[in-house]
Design a protein around this ligand. Sequence first.
Ligand SMILES: Nc1ncnc2c1ncn2[C@@H]1O[C@H](COP(=O)(O)OP(=O)(O)OP(=O)(O)O)[C@@H](O)[C@H]1O
Ligand SMILES: [Mg+2]
Length: 265
Amino acid sequence: MNKKENCPKCKGLGWIRTRKGVIKCDCAYLNITNTIFHRMNIPRRYREKDFNNFQIITDEHKKVLKKLNEYIMSDKIFEGNGLFLYGRPGVGKTHLAVAILKELFKKRKVVGLFYDTRTLLFDLKATFDGSSSGREILDEVVKAPILVLDDLGSERLSDWARDILHYIIVKRYNELLPIIITSNIDISGKSDTIFEDTLEERMGSSIASRIFEVCEKVEVKGDDYRKSTLSQLEKETNLKLTKLKELKIEKGRNKKRNQRNTDRG
Ligand SMILES: Nc1ncnc2c1ncn2[C@@H]1O[C@H](COP(=O)(O)OP(=O)(O)OP(=O)(O)O)[C@@H](O)[C@H]1O
Ligand SMILES: [Mg+2]
């Protein structure tokens, strides 16, 4: 039985009647369904990622998680304030950005939107012949209650890309809609002025200044997890679990086959 069926409030219906009318029960936000993942555009590789499976390896990780949880529970998201998660490759920035989106859905009932920045620009360019699909993507990105722009600023932008990002960021800034950015821009240990300068150099002053104003900077420190022993262990365990699952399925099939043979004979 899943949690929804156990729910004392809605008795498994998923909806409750209130004085204001029928509303979705809180339990409907406990499990993120495939439809919601699809709406949030979370890539398959990251669907299982959350705060529970983010390993706390250093004290810095603890501080980052505390900050992110405070953000999730605060009203900053409704005031247009976002986050700028930065750090070297493989330290878990995308993992954390996805974890934030999932928590915001479960705890604040907000359905956010995830986009890898380069993919977004590529998709928009591919459809930007005035076709409705290009317009639809842009509309969705501009209006989402919370937007993750993954891997922003990893390269210098063309004028076209800069214009599009400018449009998205200014529209959201004006409407008080927050953005969570992940970036490889290396600004560790440097002053705010240098951070703004680096951002400005890559994105242009108009975008940089707005990001600087509304996004709280959070540095994610650590080693590249992709190369770490922990990650190898995780992969081996997953492989073993998959093999175990396959064995169980095979055993089940054999059992059924034997049963059928016995019934016949
Ligand atoms: N502390 C951690 N605990 C568990 N898994 C982690 C941790 N840090 C990173 N990972 C995992 O390592 C992989 C790489 O992390 P992720 O893609 O989030 O890195 P990134 O900082 O976004 O890198 P890049 O800058 O290259 O995009 C992912 O599978 C992620 O789940
Ligand atoms: Mg990433």
